[in-house]
Write a protein that binds this ligand. Structure first.
Ligand code: FAD
Ligand code: N01
Length: 537
């Protein structure tokens, strides 16, 4: 075997929070494991998304690992919602603290992974020409890691500098004195627009769909609050596992429709004053009942009106989809920028972008001369990064082919026909509809335990039973169909990417999901087929 041909027990793709913890767990179990990461550093999301204003929207006290009580106690977050650079420092710290750096190969992409049936192992091809054989492969490739680039004539050849929020230059960008165009008004656009507006000579925002956004009210963390949480961190985490999104949203168990108007309004005002995603837990039916949702929508519409001086402009910023149908955005002064004379909104459903030239973004109506373009156009979510690789399972079946009508998995952990291959936060798991650090840890823990089970009991192959996968896909859709989620064109459905199949990808509900994962194990890996060493396939 040459230096370029390596044999491992497990290969992990991606060095975000999922890959980092996966490596730690598998090493603890004595496996020879390695992470392959395309970027030049660890941290995944927090390595790539360095746009101004980038920060988390789940409080950092919760958006952090819980596998090590010592780490939890030692690390000090400075703000309620930590900034990108602080979260990246945390990821770097974890890698050093648990001595993982030598197990991570950077600047290298996994291009292909082919299952060797005779060997019960994966043959993995790397972008540097390297070849690795591994008995297990774990895709820790991220739900939001493949940027979505709009296809606008001229965009790929323009002389105007173009920056995607998810591929932001490490040295930062100084927009002082520049006229800037921003395309996209999702969380990334809404977080960065006020920062860019604060620097640039002018900012023109090109909006396709208006979004709902709630103030973050971000602030330095109160040391007394941190002391209190740290004194009961394990209990606090345990309580949050019982919550629908796995986060402390202070859920109210009443229907929005069963309380008096004043009570409902008071509840909304209180949540608005606090800020953040917990607004959606003001009542138990906001994401399940359109009429209940409308009450929250009316409240938001009023708030947008109050934040934007020009009523015509305010109207353009008002979404007509149910609130929460696309991920609720969390902002600092987003709507207020439109009260400034140098910020302009162009609704591209009225005046579509025709092309980008070497000096301007040209719409049906006008030419908008700009010096820089920001693409806040999001991601090919949930499946984009996995399907970028040539993955071939039993009988050479390609995953792209298998998922051509939408992804199918069992529990978002594995997919039939691709033995010994696991996914962290795969489609069909709560993933993006949860506080992702805990649910990443839950997935990593499940996979690590499963591999340990295989090693201890001398199994050489684990594969998903097709009927278990079908039943799970049916269940994921059944739950989604009872909610407001499928009612708008969100990335949860793949609707933001041209040609992508419209399938609702995440699973709604952390507690029932975790219970199902535990039950599957308790029933002897129900829905999986385990093949002992020495037995035929
Ligand atoms: P990622 O962090 O995406 O890491 C995946 C890694 O895999 C990347 O580094 C990528 O380069 C690498 N990779 C992919 N394909 C290959 C390949 N073929 N070869 C080699 N390497 C590859 N979630 C929350 O719960 N709360 C939040 O507040 C929150 N804020 C967010 C803010 C932003 C701006 C974004 C974009 C997402 C946010 N998320 C949030 C979701 C976030 O993606 C997850 O919380 C989490 O960081 C995902 O970690 P991960 O390790 O699964 O994936
Ligand atoms: O991406 P998005 P994002 N022409 O897909 C528009 C997490 N996150 O990077 O809605 C014109 O939400 C698109 O329009 P439309 C979080 O989970 C969290 O902002 O498809 N416009 C939309 O307005 C989030 O949900 C934070 O009609 C085009 C925008 O671009 C997820 O990541 C911060 C277009 C994309 O919005 C993705 O967020 C950032 C085109 N061709 C991200 N294509 C936190 O706050 C797309 N658009 C923690």
């Amino acid at each position: 075997m040459t230096a370029h041909q390596q044999r491992l027990d497990a290969l992990i793709v991606g060095a975000g929070f999922a890959g980092i913890y996966m490596l730690h767990r598998l090493r603890q179990q004595g496996l020879k494991a390695q992470v392959i990461e395309a970027g030049s550093g660890v941290g995944g999301t927090w390595f790539w998304n360095r746009y101004p204003g980038a920060r988390c929207d789940i409080p950092s006290i919760e958006y952090s690992y819980q596998f090590s009580a010592a780490l939890q106690q030692e690390w000090e977050w400075t703000e309620k919602y930590a900034s990108q650079d602080e979260i990246l420092r945390y990821a770097e710290h974890v890698v050093d603290r648990f001595r993982l750096r030598d197990g991570i190969k950077l600047n290298t992409r996994v291009d292909a992974a082919h299952f060797l049936e005779e060997d019960d192992a994966w043959s993995v091809s790397l972008s540097d020409g390297g070849q690795i054989t591994a008995r297990y492969v774990v895709m820790a490739t991220g739900c939001l890691s493949k940027p979505n680039y709009p296809s606008i004539p001229g965009l790929d050849v323009t002389q105007i500098p173009v920056y995607h929020t998810a591929r932001w230059p490490h040295e930062g960008v100084d927009f002082s004195g520049l006229n800037v165009a921003m395309i996209g008004t999702g969380s990334s656009g809404i977080q960065s627009a006020p920062m860019v507006a604060g620097q640039a000579d002018s900012l023109t925002v090109f909006q396709r769909t208006p979004n709902y956004s709630i103030p973050a009210h971000n602030a330095p963390l109160d040391p007394a609050y941190v002391r209190d949480i740290k004194a009961r961190y394990a209990d606090y985490r345990a309580e949050n596992w019982q919550r629908g999104f796995g986060a402390d949203f202070n859920e109210n168990d009443q229907s929005a429709l069963e309380v008096a108007d004043e009570v409902r309004r008071e509840a909304y005002e209180a949540r608005w004053a606090k800020g953040g995603l917990a607004f959606l837990a003001a009542f138990n039916d906001l994401i399940f009942d359109r009429q209940a949702n409308d009450t929250a929508r009316d409240f938001f519409i009023e708030k947008i009106s109050a934040r934007v001086d020009d009523p015509e402009l305010a109207k353009k910023l008002m979404p007509d989809m149910p609130i929460g149908c696309k991920r609720l955005c969390v902002d600092t002064n987003y709507y207020e920028i439109y009260n400034e004379p140098h910020v302009r909104l162009i609704d591209i459903t009225e005046t579509p972008i025709q092309q980008v030239t070497d000096r301007a973004v040209v719409t049906d109506e006008a030419e908008c001369p700009v010096d820089a373009i920001i693409l806040a156009t999001g991601f090919d979510a949930m499946t984009g990064a996995i399907l970028d690789m040539d993955i071939r399972g039993i009988a050479g079946q390609s995953l792209k082919q298998k998922w051509r009508s939408g992804p199918k998995t069992y529990l978002g952990l594995a997919t039939a026909g691709f033995p010994n291959l696991f996914m962290v936060s795969g489609p069909g798991s709560p993933s993006v509809l949860s506080n992702m650090l805990p649910t990443i840890e839950q997935h990593v823990g499940w996979i690590a335990d499963c591999i340990d089970h295989m090693e201890q009991h001398d199994y050489r192959r684990i594969s998903v039973m097709p009927e278990a996968e079908e039943a799970w896909a049916h269940h994921v859709n059944e739950v989604a169909d009872a909610s407001i989620y499928p009612s708008c064109n969100s990335w949860y459905l793949g609707a933001n990417v041209a040609g992508k199949s419209r399938v609702f990808m995440p699973y709604i509900g952390v507690p029932p999901y975790v219970a199902k994962c535990e039950e599957v194990v308790a029933q002897g890996y129900q829905g999986f087929n385990l093949v002992p060493t020495g037995a035929g396939s």
